[in-house]
Design a protein around this ligand. Structure first.
Ligand code: 5AD
Length: 450
């Protein structure tokens, strides 16, 4: 039996895609290798959102191509976003056998059958499949995955025994943020019907899942009609046996009063919102084509904090967008100080191919981006530590997910506000909602005792 190892880069959507592909390959009779060195086939599920993510995967593949000299039968492939955006040019390294874009995962078992000779036909040296945007009209890709699995339930595509699960509700993105490559790598927006999503979650709950995260590039555009996303949240909230609901990633524009009210009214919806602000300068927000200004953004935060006191609010920031002045950056820094986010992810602007920002004048030098990155991080980290420190001495409810790391003695779970809590416990507690007393805090985690 040939064994496959999949290494995943990037976002939760990629994690979910890797799970689904793993299930498809298992069903086709492939084994899943726990270690890369045991594998006959290695696939890198790639990310394109920043150049660094692409370079990581390319660096990894270069190492694997080298290792292939000692193991000539090894099959190497790129899948996912970078495969989609770079396509056949990735085959320049002769050691690479396979490049499969985001819309074509369901063909992977066939391609691997061909490459391993299982299909009974001559073995091709390489396969590439990356549809161009608009070419693929499939309404929603998971349907294709289901076809492959026949009548089997979607739950078979999830990690067995898990307490939490990602559930894909839509794919693609129709926003046109000028810095972002995602519309090109993930295609146009397609939503999955509510009933199908609810059905999948019911099955997950029957299998022991307590918390689901609804996934999509822009979940607040779900169904493309106003309030459709809130309708979905309401339906999921009503599922018996489910304890917690989360979603990612939303767009600030999608936080209308109905969604704010959902935070107040839906008891399973966790009090955490990830609201990527990107910049605090109105001029830069406009150049990014974000569709809101600083004032509107701050208003949303104010409403959310009023609807759910104690809500955890996290964000993404881009520093060094083309033409960003010291004054623009200061506007971002002041917004960070004003909001005091629970956590923030700061990124240096990275030029992406075929995006409008890549050809804008006044691209900033790397040292300027680096300085602003450090300055923004210092504010973000100070706020995170302050929020976390306030919890010392308090007892919080966590959902226990499992061991804190592979082989570690301590257990980990999350608060409803999405903070990681590490504590002394035992494996039997996985899946339980437990009160934990917080004793110590860092910028990224809380430590406590049962
Ligand atoms: N450069 C830097 N950061 C980017 N992001 C998206 N595109 C870019 C880019 N070209 C960041 C945004 C987004 C997060 C997922 O990645 O902050 O919210």
């Amino acid at each position: 039996m040939k064994k496959v190892f999949i290494k995943t880069y990037g976002c939760q959507m990629n994690v979910r895609d890797s799970e689904a592909v793993t299930a498809l390959l298992r069903k086709r009779g492939y084994g899943i290798a726990v270690r890369e060195t045991d594998a006959d086939i290695i696939l890198l599920n790639t990310c394109s959102v920043r150049d660094l993510a692409e370079q990581k995967a390319i660096g990894k593949m270069t190492g694997l191509a080298h290792a292939k000299k000692r193991k000539p039968g090894l099959i190497l492939g790129y899948m996912g976003c970078m495969a989609q955006s770079r396509g056949a040019e990735l085959l320049k390294t002769p050691a690479i056998n396979l490049v499969v874009g985001t819309q074509k995962f369901h063909h992977l078992p066939d391609y691997l059958d061909q490459l391993t000779g299982r299909a009974g036909c001559p073995q091709p040296a390489a396969v590439v499949e990356t549809p161009r945007r608009g070419e693929d009209t499939a309404p929603y890709q998971i349907l294709d995955i289901k076809d492959e699995a026949g009548s089997e339930s979607a739950v078979k595509h999830h990690e067995p025994g898990a307490v939490t699960a990602y559930v894909s509700i839509m794919q693609g993105c129709d926003m046109h943020c000028t810095f972002c490559i995602v519309p090109a790598t993930r295609g146009a927006e397609r939503s999955r019907p509510i009933l199908e999503i609810v059905d999948e979650i019911r099955q997950l709950v029957d299998n022991g899942v307590k918390e689901v995260t609804l996934l999509g590039q822009i979940v607040t555009s779900y169904g493309r009609k106003k309030s459709e996303f809130v309708k979905l949240l309401t339906a999921v909230n009503a599922i018996t046996g489910l304890e917690r609901v989360r979603f990612t990633a939303p767009h600030p524009q999608g936080f209308g009063d109905d969604l704010v009210a959902a935070y107040r009214d839906l008891e399973k919806l966790c009090e955490h919102a990830h609201l990527p602000v990107q910049s605090g300068s109105d001029r830069i927000l406009k150049a990014m084509r974000r569709g809101y200004n600083r004032e509107k953004y701050l208003k949303i935060i104010e409403k959310l904090r009023a609807a759910r006191p104690g809500i955890g609010i996290t964000t993404d920031i881009i520093v060094g967008f083309p033409s960003e002045t010291d004054e623009d950056f200061e506007a971002t820094a002041s917004l960070l100080r004003e909001v005091q986010f629970d956590q923030g992810y700061v990124f240096k602007y990275s030029k992406r191919r075929d995006t409008p920002a890549a050809t804008m004048p006044d691209q900033l030098p790397e040292p300027v981006k680096e300085d602003r990155n450090q300055a923004a991080l210092a504010i973000v980290n100070a706020a995170a530590l302050c929020h976390n420190t306030k919890l010392i001495g308090q007892t919080v409810e966590i959902l226990v997910e499992g061991r804190s790391a592979k082989g570690a003695k301590r257990m980990m779970g999350r608060t409803r506000t999405n903070k990681i809590v590490v504590f002394d416990g035992n494996e039997r507690q996985a899946g339980q909602l437990l009160p934990v007393r917080i004793e110590r805090a860092t910028t990224v985690a809380l430590y406590g005792n049962k």
